[in-house]
Design a protein around this ligand. Structure first.
Ligand SMILES: [Zn+2]
Length: 72
């Protein structure tokens, strides 16, 4: 059986929010994980993904983590 694990990635907001296939953002307040290629927002509305515009936003940017999924 494959095990899916999260690999957390450091990113610098000065260079923008990374958006590409296979990347997810996790809101640390409500623990919701959002894909970067789908319009959505987390349960507490801290984190918003506007995939069609290629934009990610958060009210509290230090409460957001970026990760990719890998199967081992
Ligand atoms: Zn949230």
């Amino acid at each position: 059986m494959k095990k899916i694990s999260r690999e957390y990635i450091n990113f610098d907001l000065k260079e923008g929010w990374p958006t590409r296939e296979g990347l997810f953002y996790e809101c640390l307040i409500c623990r919701t994980a959002l894909s970067t290629n789908k319009d959505s927002f987390c349960k507490c509305y801290n984190l918003v993904v506007d995939a069609s515009a290629g934009r990610i936003g958060a009210k509290e940017e230090d409460k957001v983590r970026l990760f990719s999924i890998s199967c081992k």
